[in-house]
Write a protein that binds this ligand. Sequence first.
Ligand code: ADP
Length: 191
Amino acid sequence: MKTNPSKSSPPRRSKTQVVVTDATGHRAAVAPLPEPKAPRLHPTRILVPVDFSTASGKAIAYADAFASTFGAAITLLHVVEPIVLPSEFGYVPAPSPEEEIKHLDAIKTRLQKVAAGLDSAKGSGVEVRVGRPWQEITAAVTELGVDLLVITTHGRTGIKHVLMGSVAEKIVRHAACPVLVVRPEEKDFVG
Ligand code: ADP
């Protein structure tokens, strides 16, 4: 039977050995220690929630660098919060379904423009959802099989005296994957 040379290559020998000695101190057995496997990073899908603030641009830059390095795909996600109409003012004209669709389409186009500028643009996609931002973002993690979320501590509101914005805090608490949280002003390792 012919053997495939690449398959029949000898297993990697560990330089470290275990030596067993008997009661007299003589070597009774020697066995190589199995080679320890180095842990590998292999994210396949990275999610970046985008509120179109300058800060969220920084999360996009980090995600883009990670995606390019590891060959991962990026999804840019914006969540539109439903308009709450104050009933005490009586009749308030709600946007028509056509207006809403137009609004969502405009946001999608804006996200697509951002996605087109990514180094890792090939595997990237965009998504627009309607709901509470942190709930939609954490739901997307599970639904899209996201391995890594990249966010900034602050976004559009940017209240500096709080450690993190409310969306960022809830994402860190509830996301079912690791979250890289970038401060808008700090030492950088991308660029
Ligand atoms: P701030 O209170 O300063 O606006 P947030 O907690 O809202 O801070 O924002 C932190 C992160 O969450 C940012 O990366 C931002 O892009 C993201 N984020 C906030 N709101 C939304 C949203 N509606 N859709 C997508 N991402 C969002």
